[in-house]
Ligand binder design. Sequence first.
Ligand code: ATP
Ligand code: MG
Length: 450
Amino acid sequence: MKIKKQIISRKEHSISRDAISSNALKVLYRLKDAGYQAYLVGGGVRDLLLGKKPKDFDVATDAHPEEVKGLFRNCRLIGRRFRLAHILYGRDVIEVATFRGPHEGKSPSHADQNKEGRIIRDNVFGSLEEDALRRDFSINALYYNIRDDSIVDFTGGMNDLNHKMLCMIGDVETRYREDPVRMLRAVRFAAKLDFQMDRKTHDLIFELGHLLEDIPVARLFDETIKLFQGGYGLRCFQLLREYQLFELLFPMTEASISASNSHQTLKIIEQALINTDERIAAGKSVNPAFFLAVLLWYPMHEYKNRFIERGEHEMEALLSASREVITRQQAYTSIPKRFSLMMREIWHMQPQLQHPTRKRAMRTLMNRRFRAGYDFLLLRNSIEEVELDALCGWWTEIQTKSKTEQESLCEQLGKGQKKTKRRNKRRRSKPDNQQNKSNKTSIKRSVAQE
Ligand code: ATP
Ligand code: MG
């Protein structure tokens, strides 16, 4: 690759110091004042140039991690594969990475690759220019120099940024093999920035996507969260499917999408992502467990049906299927326990929400996951053919009431059900299909009455 160092002076670019977070500035100043080089790099520079609000600020320096630690009391060194410093200001974290250099001739304790070419250790330090060449995309390798506010560009990043192009630095195949997660990053940036990939960056994903199978599942989980909960989830999902990467992360979900004639699986995922993107745009919080519960809901159902065929009762089958589907998914992306627990709670609440009884309705309402379970029911109602309108209305209404009113509503529900039971007793002799029909209507009526 041709390297042409370009310096874009303060007058020629749009980044002002005011746009950089005060914590990032503190880190940059302290490094500079201690005599080190200090640059803002990565998403911070890229997003500011594009007029977007950066998610976080990353700093690059020639100070070694231990030297950085010596300068900041609030510093924690992290990572073995890629050692770097985190400077902590409450919940705000400024990531400080030492310039990386080429691996040739270095000992495996600093630089190591497996036989497929994947980098498993990257702790060889280098110069600013060498650091630029080890970054992923040219638009991510622009350095804002705190000494004179200029931007340093070795890889044509500024030009690519102006042309909305996402270009891998260096030999694309080698770079994807060094770290296959770069394919997921390519999709994420293309979606978020609405950029086009250059031909090789684009084409080779189809050829090399399978390399993601060797990536530790915990890292794939982290990337999955960034893809779906970064504010551009719907576009990321569509691109992941176009690039045939989604099936590598969520094979059971992909199978369910392909198999479903009603497009239920696809519809519920798209709707959930539209809602998630909207929530993020409005500055609201999102919980990964909710979306994971959506992704695996219909695959879980398919297992549930199999368990029922094997003779398990409905609820028992639901519990077994939840366990089964989460265990299977963990071979592809890990799911931390706090999320898998919540996914199960959301799923297990669905029958309780669908068939509220006098005894259980109040308990369901008091469940700490009620809100998530209820939102999940509403989401299902927006795409499933099952008639859930009356139920959703009932649960929506009851939340607006006082505790006493809620209890009384649940009591009335009980009366409705007693009637239903009595009516059913009388109808026992009726054939199955007729009985089912009247059962359904009476439950619906009992809920609608309220
Ligand atoms: P955002 O923070 O908005 O997700 P970002 O570009 O800042 O985007 P980070 O994951 O914060 O992404 O990484 C910071 C920078 O580190 C990147 O811009 C890139 O220069 C470099 N980088 C991160 N991951 C890799 C990778 N897998 N390979 C090469 N360079 C990387
Ligand atoms: Mg970043």
